[in-house]
Design a binder for this molecule. Sequence first.
Ligand SMILES: [Zn+2]
Length: 202
Amino acid sequence: MKLVKDIEKTFKDSEKISEKEAEEAFVKIIKWLGENPKREGLKSTPKRLIKAYREYFKGYSEDPAKILEKTFGDVQGYDDMVIQKNISVQSHCEHHMAPIIGVAHVAYIPNTRVVGLSKLARVVEVFSKRLQTQERLTMQIASTLMTALDAKGVAVSIDATHQCMTTRGIKKEQATTVTNYYLGQFKEDLSYQNRYLRFISK
Ligand SMILES: [Zn+2]
């Protein structure tokens, strides 16, 4: 079952490049800056960058649906929203590959099953560790939770700073971007939406 359209993985296997080729590309970028990639301080930089990029983008090798596979049916009649606030978000924008730093708030209304609380943050983590737009990140988290948990509703908000606009370009250091995405009961019933917004603004 495809939970969200996997637009990130539309390249062909034949177009894949090796780690060595990626490392050589970093050497080229260093040269293009006018630097000497062989000098002491820079000679291991391409290797370090590979390691760092593996970490920044580790979400490509993880399947968010798998994280949510294990749910618990023992909800004992709990039928109100479960909210997890202030989940840290460290992502990269797909336009500049610059950091997006902020927090996510995630809520769902269980139907018959609940999920381990750490799993909500894990889903945020997996989608964050990819090249993203904040809008898509917000929607991907929400639709994955909605489908995998068969929830009655899901709400996701992200409040983040985009370094592509704080450290370069328009340089608005204080600007943060807020995105919200509601599904099910949160979309249909404004009283749920308002209660959620009240909880996350506390
Ligand atoms: Zn950007």
